[in-house]
Design a binder for this molecule. Structure first.
Ligand code: ZN
Ligand code: FE
Length: 273
């Protein structure tokens, strides 16, 4: 009995100022991120992706939190492997793309593009963002200025094209480019160091990129996540959103190519970087 009280006290007094925001970042595996959204109005907790169960379980335990919903971005194991364990222990409702349900863990709620999904007091808007996989979903939570993009749009990068075509990823990114510029991008991985190094090779004259390099390398050195980043920052520095920027077109000699072919060329260069 005494021990239990002591444990609760520790939980109550140990409030890390970095983890007090409504959206918590939980680093998983070697470079994945899961996100935990605390819906303070209904006291429900919503997880985006479950790369593994250990770190997420530990986090929930430490903070004496429930787990009520899990949103899945796509079928890759480094985004869903923790779900079975978490489902058994916490009984969350599992939410994912209807069109990819044959490859996802059993879904309690199936979503389709354009839908508004109510979870607790929160409303998510659903976007199909194919390219990395076919059946990939992004979840926009406009009231909290957050986009959960999985392995589509990333910090200064985008996911590798495992299943989709360059055209599909280009169209997905075009959709996301039209969101409000102050929306923050919560992507699935910490790939920022290699993404910056690559971006500088295709966009060497971009002053914003130089400034970002200094800021983000400092964060990486301190072990601080470089997510989330604003769409505004991405529009200024992410080469996959800037395939038709005159300086990049000139540098890569792409004046004769259409935008999709320019995107494809940048993606191919990154694949062999
Ligand atoms: Zn993936
Ligand atoms: Fe991934």
């Amino acid at each position: 009995m005494y021990l239990i009280i002591a444990t609760i006290n520790v939980v109550l007094i140990k409030k890390d100022p970095l983890t007090m925001s409504a959206i918590e970042i939980i680093p998983c595996l070697s470079d994945n991120y899961a996100y935990l959204i605390r819906d303070e109005q209904t006291n429900k907790n919503i997880l985006v992706d479950a790369p593994e169960h250990e770190t997420i379980d530990k986090y929930l335990d430490k903070n004496a939190m429930s787990l009520d919903f899990i949103l899945i971005t796509h079928h890759h194991s480094d985004h869903i492997d923790g779900i079975d364990y978490l489902r058994q222990k916490y009984s969350p409702k599992i939410i994912g793309a209807k069109r990819d349900k044959h490859r996802l863990p059993n879904l309690d709620i199936e979503v389709v593009e354009g839908e508004k999904l109510s979870v607790g007091s929160k409303t998510f808007e659903i976007y199909d963002v194919d390219g990395h996989t076919v059946g990939h979903t992004a979840y926009a939570l406009f009231e909290d200025k957050a986009l959960f993009s999985g392995d589509s749009l990333m910090v200064m990068g985008c996911g590798r094209l495992f299943e989709g075509t360059p055209e599909e990823m280009w169209k997905s990114l075009k959709k996301l480019k039209q969101l409000p510029e102050d929306i923050m991008i919560y992507s699935g991985h910490e790939y920022t160091r290699s993404n910056i190094e690559f971006a500088l090779t295709v966009d060497p004259k971009n002053k914003n990129l130089e400034a970002r390099k200094v800021k983000d390398l400092y964060r990486i050195e301190k072990g601080t996540p470089t997510v989330p980043s604003s769409l505004r920052e991405e529009l200024a520095t992410n080469p996959f959103l800037r395939e038709s920027d005159p300086s990049i077109v000139d540098h890569l000699d792409m004046a004769n190519l259409d935008p999709i072919s320019r995107f494809a060329k940048i993606r191919a260069l990154k694949d062999s970087f």
